[in-house]
Write a protein of this length. Structure first.
Length: 458
């Protein structure tokens, strides 16, 4: 029964079968005859453009004619600025326009199409590269589609993530301005074959535009410009340079480096307010000094490994560390004065004179505490030298009682404590104002100043 039904089905299929036409060979049929087979106007136009087209030669009929390539740049994002390796990473759109003489068509013959989008590999493209590239040159532009008009005008704007070499001027870090440049040009064609021009936009905008720029948290764009440069000796190669003037946002460094340094400076000053009896003057000074060294290591990790310049913040830290180390030495001297009576040392004449005769008038103290012998004593250079040499000698003054000696040593240590407090405060304040307020004003750089420096150097 199954066999009979199968034979019956085959008979019906043979009777109802319709013969289909053979698939034609499109290479033997004209473009206008392909419409019956479902070929669109864009397909016909694309076939027309590629007929006899060679992507390896320049798009001119006369070999002596120069191909003018107009170039612009749109910055979308500052990806990263590596100060250590001195590399600038940007996301950009590299806009290129040129005229292809081999591409022409009448829009009326192709469905009124005046603009066609084709793949980048089907037509000739200029071999534009980034001269100051910091990465592999094989990583070129993305092969995106390009636009072609009926008069042969070609527009191509591939997105790219470029890494350019940017020499960082770090002497004013973190108050620094940086000037970085992207240098584009043809790798093989010289000025007799290809001329690179600056793009003039139809809306009057600059050829280097930042309309689509996404703000960066560390850097802000102060200015930008575009200029053309001719390079080479035997052969001249046109180069278009897109320059960026960047300024570092210092809020991060203000809260993470500068403010902690100022707070540590205040702690350095307070060690002279700390009483000698607490026995913590030296401990406080050494702790602050250790904290400064930690900050200096953190900053050194972000700095380029170069000896061209020392960053301003590093100079500030070294100056504050020197003041902190000097403060520890001052505290050692004050403690030595405080415990001088315990070792039954007499006050040297030079310290007695400076402390009670000079400093006591400014910083307070019992000026009458000096002995009659020292008051009526005549100052002579040989006496001063003798006192300095006999400072460590155990000579207890006959005119003084032990309690009076302890009181005088204590008063002397307090006077010098106040003096060192004012001295270190003035040194810290002047260093902070000079390095953090005055010097950063000289960090502002402009394109005109850079040009003047370049002229003076050459």
């Amino acid at each position: 029964m199954l066999l009979i039904s199968t034979l019956f089905s085959l008979i019906l299929c043979n009777q109802s079968a319709v013969e289909l036409p053979e698939v034609p060979d499109r290479s033997t049929i004209k473009d206008k005859d392909l419409e019956k087979f479902g070929v669109s106007d864009e397909q016909r136009l694309f076939r027309h453009i590629l007929r006899g087209y060679d992507t390896s030669v320049r798009p001119v009929f006369n070999a002596s004619k120069i191909v003018n390539v107009f170039m612009g740049l749109t910055l979308t994002h500052i990806f990263n600025i590596d100060e250590r390796n001195q590399v600038l990473a940007l996301n950009v759109w590299v806009e290129q326009c040129w005229n292809d003489e081999r591409i022409r068509w009448e829009p009326s013959e192709y469905g009124n199409i005046s603009k066609l989008t084709v793949g980048a590999n089907y037509v000739w493209r200029p071999d534009i590269v980034l001269y100051n590239n910091a990465r592999d040159f094989s990583r070129g532009f993305v092969d995106t589609n390009l636009h072609i008009t009926n008069d042969g005008f070609v527009q191509w704007a591939p997105p790219a993530k470029v890494h350019s070499i940017c020499r960082m001027e770090t002497e004013f870090f973190p108050f620094d301005d940086q000037h970085c440049a992207l240098e584009f040009g043809s790798w093989i064609y010289d000025s007799t074959q290809l001329d690179l021009q600056i793009l003039e936009r139809y809306d009057g905008k600059a050829p280097f535009t930042i309309d689509s720029f996404t703000e960066n948290g560390e850097w802000e764009i102060v200015a930008n410009r575009t200029r053309k440069l001719l390079r080479g000796r035997n052969s001249v190669y046109p180069t278009v340079i897109f320059e960026l003037h960047l300024r570092r946002r210092m809020l991060y460094f203000l809260y993470n480096i500068i403010v902690p340094c100022i707070m540590l400076s205040i702690l350095t000053i307070t060690q002279f307010i700390l009483p000698c009896e607490s026995c913590e003057k030296i401990t406080l000074g050494l702790t602050v000094l250790l904290a400064y060294s930690v900050f200096s290591f953190n900053i050194a990790e972000n700095m380029p490994e170069t000896s061209d310049a020392v960053p301003l913040i590093a100079i500030y830290l070294m100056a504050i560390m020197a003041i902190s180390g000097l403060s520890v030495c001052f505290s050692v001297g004050v403690l030595n004065m405080r415990h001088g009576a315990d070792s039954k040392y007499r006050i040297p004449f030079i310290l007695d004179f400076i402390g009670f005769k000079i400093l006591a008038k400014i910083f307070g103290g019992d000026k009458s505490a000096t002995s009659e012998v020292i008051t009526n004593r005549k100052i002579e250079p040989k006496d001063i030298l003798k006192d300095l040499l006999d400072y460590n000698a155990v000579n207890q003054a006959k005119e003084e009682k032990p309690d009076d000696a302890i009181q005088r040593w204590s008063q002397l240590s307090n006077i010098f404590d106040r003096f060192f407090f004012c001295l270190v405060s003035i040194m810290t304040l002047s260093t902070t104002i000079t390095l953090l307020l005055v010097c950063p004003r000289f960090s502002e750089r402009t394109f005109e100043a850079e040009n003047n420096i370049g002229v003076n150097v050459t």
